[in-house]
Design a protein around this ligand. Structure first.
Ligand SMILES: Cc1cc2nc3c(=O)[nH]c(=O)nc-3n(C[C@H](O)[C@H](O)[C@H](O)COP(=O)(O)OP(=O)(O)OC[C@H]3O[C@@H](n4cnc5c(N)ncnc54)[C@H](O)[C@@H]3O)c2cc1C
Ligand code: SF4
Ligand code: SF4
Length: 1018
């Protein structure tokens, strides 16, 4: 494969090798001399070509070191071959500092340990790839935390935070990264490992560096004092002011100088961080929140300067647009309403925190009084209860996500979103910037850190049309305002590419040349992240854009694709001022919206999180960028825009990228921009399989609904697979089904033949008549899995609904049964799935139209009616059915809330443990099971905080997936089940139950089965 010559390699100074040969030599030496992963193929490099900025630069290659020796050798090889080096954490930077034509070293897989915690001293030593939330989880037991609480805390690494001098929402109380680092060890460009810490203790080379920088600071004293922004939030350039503090807050408690602070904010350009010594803070035990409602945006901005004098730990802004967006979301509306008084133009969330709530109440009172003094009596909603506060902070985050999920080519672009101005000028500054946006046909939605004069605002721009031009024009006018108010142009997200050229503008030529001297002193050969901070490119160089404009060297073009699913909802244009989108299908995408859906990934890296949500189970196991929602979306984007060569979309490399996606739909729910990789996988598989053909295993899995009835007749024969010695092995060899797995047990007593004799169901005419008479009715949709392998669940559901007084009908066919097409979708046979779904929808639609709810048991099957069925071109009947389709627990919970569910239950004999199926989580259908389980007297169901069980349909049965599948299960589900040996385990997913049985030997039950067993006979 040919590797494009990277900019900083062509020609490689001091070598005679052409750039391509250097890349090959680099890869070959890394492979032979280290134990790390060497990723030089186009798709891998492409996955590391972007961060959360608008830029894209292909790296020379990617290296994932496994130990420190690997890093040292890699640095040495890169040095010898004169290949630049780019250390990387989560890759969530917004300014392009984590993109470069370099060897990218990914620290996140193997360098994520807390090396040391000293609770008494309040310090911790950490590796650079450790994620902030993971650190704080480990500190909690000591009553400590690391308080630089960036919004990306679930994915940002300490190394990256140090690289960017990151700042959190509570920086007014705790300062920025630079205020909270006590020391660092780092590899210099020549390979020497140095210890950076208090200058007073420096010896040898660090002493010499300190003397050099001190001399520079003395030499530039007057420029430092005159040109340096005097705000807390200044993160641009190098911290030359450590020797002559210009920050609002001293860098050290005692005013001494710490040389490690020079590395903070250096964006990987000075040294490669090996470890960081952090200053920890006491975890506040109590918090109170005052929500101030303002009649005008200007008054909110003007008040911030007075509010901060009360000593809050956070003052965060939410503007009218954000309020409206949140109110439009039914899940958040009730929470937002509790914070509002009338229809405010903006609200400020003012938080006070400390050791005891009683100490904080006077501060809240002072806030109320202050607002009275400022002419706004009665404007504060006081929130003392922490659950209410937490809900409101969640809404503030969700508002941003809604903004980022804007469909169409124009996107909210981050380039002036963290300018910091002194608080007394905040109101004039925001007024001025609003006028600037209007002049350029755009508009800004404002939010975030009013406490420190850093407001986030992103105008909507289309980078592939005129975004670059408008971005420069807006940046220039914004910079004039920043200068007028003596603020900092870069106040949170660093310099990277989009602010690099503003460094000289900000500090003047003399300080800029001092920065250059620092870089040369540390890294004379420009090895580390060249083109950042020093000699930066133009912010509007279209050649560096992810969506490069037509006049650039590699204009972004989508290749025509005829999708099998309907992606027209993404094929729209958005108005940059009103944010209104055009009608579906009018966006001019030659892939009918599929490419635009893929492009929704803005690389914020939220899918790297490990918290209670589902996204992304495959990454949680492998920690490979390739097996991450972001990695998949980036690979798809590069493929559908022709950047990975012809036919990349249906290549084996793409198959490998999509292979471990279990289709859990976690991303559909958890990704801030709604990237729905499960659906994208179906689309991809359809194209891939159309080209490469289906395997025998694909056919066996997909056609299960077709042969289920026949299989039940020959159950004794099919069950031999798990009885006859060698049969499982044979199925592994011939079909790729793991011999370590038992298969579901075939049996003769399947559901459908017994519909009429069971006494539970009425026929179609009778159910329609019952509905007409206003009786309680439901139609039970029994899926292939429950109907064939666990028909007792279907009858249990029927018993429960009948006991609660519902007339029931079950849809069936003479020659088999109706199915949702899920097995076909999972195998990429979309036409078969469409035909199955069309039949099912056809059977259900008249019933749904008559107002009869459709109730299902298997989450992935029933929810197909609410999801995939809507993008299969099945028209209005599919819409009608989707609105009437409920999981059993959703239906019972809804009916119980309305007082219509009359069945009663006995108490259970043991505690209840619940595992939610991924699709239940994706569709907010876990709470309803909890609600329903709470109908059982004395039940206190406990939800297992688990991601995907790892079985995911047929995924976990496959030999190639067995290990990953078990690792997914072992991540949290199986240990939680083992920890409660006496509990009743409830799991509605057929494959989840199988995984629990395989992994723990315990029998998990469908909620229907438990409810039926506990029915109180009336
Ligand atoms: C939605 C969103 C919200 C954000 N909110 C905030 C916020 O609240 N506050 C804030 O400050 N930022 C915020 N950011 C920006 C970004 O998340 C932070 O700067 C974060 O700290 C970067 O961490 P990372 O691990 O992703 O670093 P990366 O992007 O991987 O790296 C950042 C820089 O550090 C360098 N680096 C990484 N590791 C090393 C190492 N071992 N040695 C030397 N250099 C290294 C890299 O080369 C790069 O220049 C936000 C970004 C997004 C997308
Ligand atoms: S897939 Fe979603 S969560 Fe992951 S980086 Fe992209 S936008 Fe963020
Ligand atoms: S569907 Fe699940 S496994 Fe696939 S990318 Fe999304 S979160 Fe990851």
């Amino acid at each position: 494969m040919r590797i494009d010559p990277p900019q900083h390699l062509a020609p490689a100074p001091g070598t005679t090798l052409p750039a391509n040969d250097i890349s090959e030599a680099l890869a070959s030496r890394l492979r032979s001399e280290t134990q790390g992963e060497v990723l030089f193929d186009a798709a891998s490099r492409g996955r590391y070509a972007t961060d959360a900025s608008i830029y894209q630069i292909m790296p020379v290659g990617v290296f994932v070191p496994t130990n420190e020796r690997d890093i040292e050798i890699a640095l040495q090889i890169a040095r010898e071959l004169k290949v630049p080096v780019l250390p990387r954490g989560g890759g969530t930077s917004q300014c392009g500092q984590t993109t470069g034509a370099a060897l990218v070293l990914d620290n996140t897989k193997h360098f994520r340990k807390v090396l040391e915690v000293d609770p008494d001293a309040g310090t911790a030593v950490v590796e650079p790839g450790l994620v902030l939330d993971h650190l704080n989880a480990q500190l909690k037991k000591h009553g400590l935390w690391y308080p630089v609480d960036v919004s990306t805390s679930a994915q940002a690494t300490l190394g990256g935070m140090a690289g960017n001098n990151s700042c959190g929402s509570r920086s007014i109380a705790y300062g920025n990264m630079v205020h909270n680092v006590l020391g660092a060890t780092a590899w210099m460009a020549d390979g020497e490992l140095l210890q950076f810490g208090p200058v007073a203790e420096a010896t040898g080379r660090t002493r010499e560096i300190a003397d050099f920088v001190r001399q520079l600071a003395i030499q530039h004293r007057s420029e430092l004092q005159n040109q340096w922004p005097k705000v807390l939030r200044r993160v641009a350039g190098y911290n030359l002011d450590i020797f002559d503090n210009q920050n609002e807050r001293p860098y050290t408690r005692d005013g001494s100088v710490n040389l490690a602070h020079l590395l903070i904010g250096s964006e990987g350009t000075l040294a490669y961080t090996r470890s960081l010594k952090l200053k920890l803070s006491t975890l506040p035990k109590a918090k109170v929140l005052g929500v101030i409602n303002f009649p005008t945006f200007h008054s909110a901005m003007d008040s911030a300067q007075h509010i901060v004098k009360l000593g809050p730990t956070a003052v965060e802004l939410v503007d009218r647009t954000m309020i409206e967006l949140s109110l439009a979301n039914p899940a958040f509306r009730p929470t937002v309403e509790t914070a509002l008084i009338g229809k405010p133009a903006a609200i400020l969330l003012v938080e006070f925190s400390g050791a005891q709530k009683a100490d904080l109440l006077p501060q809240l009172k002072q806030l109320v009084e202050l607002m009275g003094d400022l002419g706004l009596p009665g404007s504060v909603v006081e929130m003392v209860d922490e659950a209410r506060q937490k809900n409101l902070w969640e809404v503030r985050k969700a508002g941003l996500n809604i903004m980022m999920s804007l469909k169409g080519d124009g996107k909210p672009v981050s380039f002036i979103e963290d300018c910091a101005v002194p608080l007394e000028h905040l109101a004039e500054y925001t007024d001025g910037l609003t006028e600037v946006f209007a002049r350029h046909g755009s508009r800004g939605t404002w939010y975030a850190h009013a406490s420190v004069g850093t407001l986030h605002v992103r105008p909507i721009l289309d980078m592939r049309v005129d975004g670059g031009r408008k971005m420069r024009a807006i940046a220039e006018e914004a910079s004039a305002l920043v200068r007028k108010y003596r603020g900092a142009f870069s106040g949170e997200h660093g310099d990277g590419i989009c602010r690099g050229e503003w460094i000289e503008w900000q500090f003047g030529p003399a300080i800029n040349s001092a920065f250059r001297s620092i870089k040369q002193h540390f890294d004379p050969d420009n090895l580390y992240n060249p083109g950042k901070i020093i000699d930066t490119p133009r912010m509007d160089d279209g050649n560096l854009f992810r969506f490069a404009p037509p006049e650039s060297s590699r204009p972004y073009k989508r290749i025509p694709i005829q999708p099998v699913l309907d992606w027209s909802a993404w094929n729209v244009h958005a108005d940059p001022v009103t944010e209104e989108t055009t009608a579906p299908g009018t966006g001019g995408d030659v892939s009918q919206g599929f490419a635009k859906a893929v492009e929704m990934c803005n690389n914020n890296g939220h899918c790297r999180k490990f918290d209670a949500g589902t996204m992304c189970p495959s990454y949680r196991v492998t920690r490979d960028e390739k097996h991450l929602t972001r990695g998949r979306a980036n690979t798809l984007r590069l493929a559908v825009s022709g950047q990975l060569g012809p036919d990349a979309f249906t290549s084996d490399a793409m198959y490998e990228t999509m292979d471990l996606c279990v289709g859990c739909k976690g991303c559909k729910r958890d990704c801030p921009t709604g990237v729905d990789m499960a659906k994208m996988k179906v689309e991809f598989l359809a194209h891939y399989k159309a080209k490469h053909g289906h395997t025998l295993k694909d056919r066996l899995v997909a056609h299960l609904p077709r042969y289920a009835r026949l299989g039940s007749r020959f159950h004794w024969l099919l069950n031999l697979r798990d009885k006859l010695p060698g049969a499982a092995w044979l199925s592994e060899v011939l079909l790729g089904l793991s011999a370590k797995r038992s298969l579901p047990l075939w049996r003769s007593d399947i559901f459908w033949p017994s519909i009429q004799t069971s006494g539970h169901f009425v026929n179609r005419d009778q159910i329609l008549e019952a509905a007409r008479q206003g009786k309680k009715t439901a139609v039970l949709f029994v899926d292939t899995f429950n109907g064939t392998f666990e028909s007792e669940n279907a009858f249990a559901a029927a018993r429960v609904l009948r006991a609660a007084g519902y007339a029931l009908h079950a849809v069936a066919k003479d020659d088999g049964h109706h199915c949702c097409g899920r097995t076909y979708l999972a195998s990429g046979m979309v036409e078969e799935a469409r035909s199955r779904l069309r039949d099912l929808v056809g059977a259900l639609a008249p019933l749904a139209q008559a107002g009869i709810p459709v109730v299902g048991l298997e989450p992935s099957c029933l929810l197909t009616l609410r999801d995939e069925a809507l993008v299969m071109g099945l028209g209005e009947p599919a819409e009608v059915v989707s609105r009437s389709a409920f999981l059993l627990e959703e239906f019972i919970a809804k009916e119980a809330r309305a007082g219509r569910f009359s069945a009663r239950f006995r108490a259970a004999s043991a505690p209840i443990l619940l595992h939610g199926h991924c699709h239940q989580k994706a569709f907010d259908a876990v709470n309803p099971i909890l609600e329903v389980l709470r109908l059982i007297p004395e039940a206190k169901p406990e939800l297992i905080e688990s991601s995907c069980c790892g079985m995911a349909g047929s995924f976990g049965y496959e030999k190639s997936h067995y290990n990953v599948s078990m690792q997914m299960a072992e991540a949290s589900l199986l240990p939680a089940v083992r920890a409660k040996p006496d509990a009743i385990v409830v799991a509605d997913g057929t494959s989840c139950r199988h995984q629990i049985a395989d992994g723990t030997g315990r029998e998990a039950r469908h909620v229907a089965s438990l409810l039926s067993e506990l029915l109180e006979v009336q």
